[in-house]
Design a protein around this ligand. Structure first.
Ligand code: FEO
Length: 162
């Protein structure tokens, strides 16, 4: 059984994970409209991963006897102006998610909730990977400059993501 504070924090995190999926499907639609189907594929895969994260938290809540409380998902910003801007925004967003996961770890420690602390370790590691993969894409875009060619090459690479 987990505490009310941890239950609330996990419910908040579930909302953030689903919001992330929402944000990324909006980004996928934007690049799709530019005929960059490979980059759109990457954002759709990212969105699916976020729903997987939400499901992981929901399963944990259920196993621990915590009540799932679903709240409204905010509408994400859909005013995008460039592909590079999308990835900058993605990295900023992932950093916010990382901070939120770390705050959860701090709360679990404070509550003396070892099970939740151990459960969260997977997310701590996952966030390192999430940030690193987006930072890598930003770096590739910076190397390629603003040429259409570099976008097409990136589209080919990101189109391979399963
Ligand atoms: Fe679920 Fe991208 O963090």
């Amino acid at each position: 059984m987990i505490s009310g504070k941890i239950t609330k924090a996990i419910n908040d995190q579930i909302n953030k994970e689903i919001y992330s999926a929402y944000l990324y499907v909006g980004m996928a639609a934007y690049v799709d409209s530019m005929s960059l189907g490979g980059i759109a594929n990457w954002f759709r895969a990212q969105a699916k991963e976020e729903l997987g994260h939400a499901e992981k938290f929901m399963n944990y809540l259920s196993e621990q006897g915590g009540e799932l409380v679903l709240k409204a998902i905010a509408a994400p910003d859909q005013k995008f102006t460039s592909v590079a801007g999308l990835f900058d925004k993605t990295l900023d967003h992932e950093k916010e998610v990382t901070a939120s996961i770390h705050a959860l770890v701090t709360l679990a420690k404070k509550e003396g909730d070892t099970a939740t602390e151990i459960f969260l370790q997977w997310f701590v590691t996952e966030q390192i990977e999430e940030e690193a993969s987006v930072a890598d894409i930003i770096q590739k875009l910076a190397i390629g400059g603003k040429s259409g060619n570099s976008l097409l090459i990136l589209d080919g690479i990101l189109g391979q993501r399963k």
